[in-house]
Design a protein around this ligand. Structure first.
Ligand SMILES: [Mg+2]
Length: 497
């Protein structure tokens, strides 16, 4: 049995709301500070700037971890640092009046792991939106939206101003009552609010009072909270990890427009796991075996890893006919450029593997311009992928030059560009590549969580080991057999979807 967490409870609640209110627009409301944004780095900045301005050294050794406190946040912290009581008021005022919209403070804004991925997922679900309800004042609207969208870009998340409720500048009540106002604001616009996520128990208590029919799932982000925990409504669910692998139900169809590639179908075992799955593309690493002059599948070159005694190989010709028989798509990683291409071309031309189910992958080290041009000429409708991690810094910082290089590579016949998970900001790269009109593959995915994160960035394709026992995928990866998985051999049950 799957363990119940706040994410799986949210998952069930969302699916149920979807069933019950098919024609309505569903809304999930998020608090910002300590729910989406980890405020500790900002807090740390405020305190160290106090030192700078007052020529003191109270916070010189203050680390982020020291700020993981609860209840009467500042007071406790100051006590624990043994700061004289008479200084507390001055420090409190400093923090209270600190202008966090200045650029220095904006760069200290960091999201919690997984939360923007989760927001992204909700934002692309049909008839579903994400709204923000914050205790920050209305006058900070522009600065707050700016920083959230700056952070969001890396995750392909965007917040529009109309999905954002701030505490009115002239608000006379407390924060919890402004949260109720935020809830009602969205309800009046016709949204069906199904969940409210906040780190403050007293805010959730207020929302529970405003929701007598208990339709709103109250989610308590256990990050830092100032209000007393006993104010947490009984029906609230707490958690501190935002995980797509718990939020997305296993039986949910992954988006059809993202093409899936099973990596490293080089061993009999991985090949069988791949064939049982509904993954269309299988990627093989092709090498020449100099002793027998045959073509074999092997992740590592013989230079980087010597042949072991009794090493069993799959032969290219065998695999080729199986792919063709099973009507699967074959993705060939060309590890040795032209000489290899010349040897496989006649074999490929004999099969019924046409453009629709043929894909070539190369890189700029092992394949040259003329390798790509030859493939494009011989198999004009095949996918032709090139790994371009080396261009990542240029895509960020010298986009015009990067685009010129990509355009040139496109004329060689390359029609798909591949990046390893996770360059600093995959969402940003995808946005750029989309603007330029180039499809993207993402590869090197370590686990199910990263796989889901990559898939919902909506690249053209995702290449993964399918080493996800949680979802009954038992791929063993491209590496030396056994090094990337820990479950017993052939644990796999056929996966039908
Ligand atoms: Mg908060």
């Amino acid at each position: 049995m799957k363990k119940r967490t706040w994410m799986t409870i949210l998952s069930d609640h969302y699916q149920e709301a979807r069933r019950q209110h098919q024609d309505e627009h569903l809304l999930i409301l998020f608090d910002i500070d300590d729910t989406i944004i980890d405020v500790r780095p900002i807090f740390q900045l405020m305190l160290t700037s106090f030192d700078q301005q007052h020529n003191t050294q109270y916070f010189t050794n203050l680390s982020i971890e020291d700020i993981s406190l609860q209840e009467e946040v500042l007071e406790n912290l100051l006590d624990s640092l043994q700061i004289p009581a008479e200084k507390h008021a001055a420090i409190g005022d400093w923090v209270h009046q600190y202008d966090w919209t200045q650029s220095e403070a904006l760069t200290a804004h960091k999201p919690f792991n997984g939360v923007l991925e989760m927001i992204r997922w909700f934002q692309i679900q049909p008839n579903t939106s994400v709204g923000l309800v914050t205790g920050r004042f209305e006058r900070t609207r522009t600065a707050t939206l700016h920083i959230l969208n700056l952070l969001g870009e890396s995750f392909r998340v965007n917040f529009s101003s109309d999905m954002f409720f701030l505490r009115p500048d002239n608000w006379e009540g407390d924060v919890p009552s402004s949260k109720i106002a935020g809830l009602q604001h969205f309800q009046e616009q016709g949204y069906r609010v199904i969940a409210f996520i906040d780190n403050e128990p007293e805010n959730l208590e207020a929302i529970s009072r405003a929701d007598p029919d208990r339709e709103i799932l109250l989610l308590h982000a256990e990050t830092m909270f100032a209000s007393r925990r006993d104010r947490l409504p009984q029906r609230a669910v707490s958690g501190n990890e935002y995980l797509l692998s718990e939020l997305i139900p296993e039986n949910q169809l992954l988006p059809e427009r993202v093409h899936m590639v099973w990596n490293g179908v080089n061993t009999r075992r991985n090949f069988e796991e791949f064939l049982k799955s509904d993954v269309f593309w299988g990627k093989i690493d092709l090498r020449s075996d100099f002793s027998s002059e045959g073509l074999i599948l092997r992740a590592d070159s013989f230079l980087s890893r010597e042949s072991e005694r009794n090493e069993e190989w799959l032969w290219f010709e065998t695999v080729l006919s199986e792919f063709s028989l099973q009507e699967k798509g074959l993705n060939i990683h060309l590890t040795e450029g032209n000489p290899l291409l010349e040897r496989i071309t006649p074999l490929l031309l004999q099969t019924n593997l046409g453009g629709k189910n043929l894909w070539f992958s190369g890189d700029l080290v092992n394949s040259k311009k003329d390798t790509f041009e030859s493939i494009s000429h011989l198999f004009p409708s095949a996918l032709l992928q090139c790994d371009i991690d080396s261009l990542v810094p240029m895509i960020y910082h010298m986009p015009e030059q990067a685009e010129r290089i990509l355009r040139e590579m496109f004329t060689w016949g390359i029609n798909l560009f591949s990046f390893t998970w996770k360059p600093a900001y995959p969402g940003k790269i995808l946005n750029r590549m989309n603007e330029w009109g180039y499809p993207v593959n993402i590869q090197g995915i370590p686990d199910l969580e990263a796989f889901l994160q990559a898939v919902y960035l909506m690249p053209y394709s995702v290449t993964a080991d399918f080493n996800f026992p949680e979802w009954n995928f038992f791929g063993v990866g491209a590496g030396v057999d056994g090094s990337f998985y820990s479950y017993p051999q052939y644990a796999g049950i056929p996966r039908a979807r």
